[in-house]
Write a protein that binds this ligand. Structure first.
Ligand code: UD1
Ligand code: M6R
Length: 371
């Protein structure tokens, strides 16, 4: 049931304040005078010791689920102190890459039925790793076959383009990082700030959804473009990849997410006064580096659309020619949850304006159960 919405993708984008609330329900502990703020993931509590002892955490997934894991990787590395590596399921299988008994392999999948991810799970089980699932579908193959896991509880997602599952997956993996790091005194204040940030997140998502009309206006400007680049780094490298995936998948426009640190190693050659480029430059430890990227793109007359933190327009606007998307600020590791929303809205409006099928893009299926 689409309710007041025209498409499931639109409904699922606007539902995110509620889906995130459901994802966190019963899992965050506010703390009090004698109790620290903490996280309770029922499905993992008996396995946390084993995870903490593992030599490596390997994230495995496809498409949007892979991107969600990439968004959570920095906070997991920070709070766990364990090396975290990333695997696209098909590529792990193509290489028969090394997976060891001492590894924790985390399988991320909305449907829980993706063939590549499922086969990578069988492979990791054979190799003796502890296998953890992060899925949206209770009773799915991945949920059943992993040793333990966390349901993201985002509610049924119908649009082929994954939106609310993405933001809920990031939140679950941030909670996973908090749970693994729970025994470390030195990071207690940081963890407390993230937990406060999680409590605030649904209201901040509600705020960023107010950019709907602005994104529709931007889509009108971009309607006839051939291509759109999205530059990000750090926590928001994943946002660049995921924003570009949404644009290509539903709006059928070529789009590429680019790691801003790689700019001079190739992508800079593409920049001219015609190609539109989104630069994600919200406040975090990478902000000054992104300011310098903006200056360099501007010097080559790049057609820039800059996403920045509310109130920062003047600090990111060189020469006054860029278009600005201002978003609310949250704790740095949660910022990808906010930053993807305008890009989801942009992809949605571009699709409608270009006259393509929003909920079932050509050639794609919601869950890819064949290889
Ligand atoms: C569980 C209940 C929830 C109830 C809550 C109350 C289920 C599905 N969930 O939620 O209804 O409100 O207790 O305390 O009954 N698992 C995997 N692989 C996965 C995902 C999950 O093995 O990919 C396992 C978990 O390890 C766990 C079980 O499935 O044993 C349920 O996981 P989850 O729903 O996340 O647990 P709770 O949040 O505790
Ligand atoms: O169900 P899964 O999360 O395993 O699906 C993985 C990908 O097929 C999926 O995320 C795909 O990339 C989406 N259509 C992207 O919107």
């Amino acid at each position: 049931n689409k309710g007041k919405y025209e498409h499931y993708m639109q409904k699922e984008i606007h539902e995110q304040p509620e889906s995130l609330t459901t994802t966190m329900r019963g899992r965050l502990i506010r703390g009090g005078s004698c109790k620290a703020k903490s996280v309770l993931l029922g499905g993992l509590k008996d396995h946390l010791k084993t995870i903490r002892r593992s030599r490596r955490i390997v994230f495995i997934g496809c498409g949007t689920s892979y991107n969600a894991a990439l968004a959570a990787r920095p906070i997991l590395e920070e709070l766990s102190g364990i090396p975290v590596t990333m695997e696209i399921a098909s590529d792990l299988l193509d290489r028969q890459g090394p997976i060891y008994r001492e590894d924790t392999a985390v399988f991320v999948s909305q449907s829980g039925e993706t063939a590549d991810t499922l086969q990578a799970l069988e492979y990791a089980l054979e190799n003796g790793a502890l296998c953890v699932g992060i899925t949206n579908t209770v009773g799915s193959a991945i949920a059943r076959n992993t040793h333990c896991g966390v349901h993201i509880n985002a509610g049924c997602e119908i649009g082929v383009a994954s939106t609310k599952a993405y933001t809920s997956q990031i939140v679950v993996m941030a909670m996973l990082a908090l749970a693994i790091g729970d025994d470390t005194i030195s990071s207690q204040a940081r963890r407390g700030a993230i937990i406060d940030g999680l409590f605030d997140l649904p209201s901040k998502v509600k705020e960023v959804l107010k950019l709907d009309q602005e994104m529709k206006d931007l889509a009108k400007l971009l309607i006839a473009e051939q291509s759109l680049l999205v530059f990000g780094r750090g926590y928001n490298y994943a946002t660049a990849l995921e924003g570009a995936l949404k644009v290509k998948e539903v709006a059928l426009m070529h789009s590429e997410g680019i790691l801003a640190g790689e700019m001079k190693h190739g992508p800079l050659a593409l920049v001219d006064e015609t190609l539109p480029i989104v630069v994600i430059a919200t406040r975090d430890a990478c902000f000054s580096k992104q300011q310098s990227v903006i200056q360099q793109l501007h010097a080559r007359k790049g057609r820039l659309i800059v996403m920045c933190t509310k109130g920062d327009a003047a600090s990111v606007c060189v020469g006054g020619s860029s278009r600005i998307i201002e978003v609310p600020r949250v704790e740095d590791c949660l910022q990808p949850v906010i930053n993807i929303v305008p890009l989801q809205l942009l992809a949605y409006h571009l699709t409608v304006l270009r006259g393509y099928n929003v909920d079932q893009p050509r050639n794609l299926a919601k869950s890819v159960t064949t290889q």
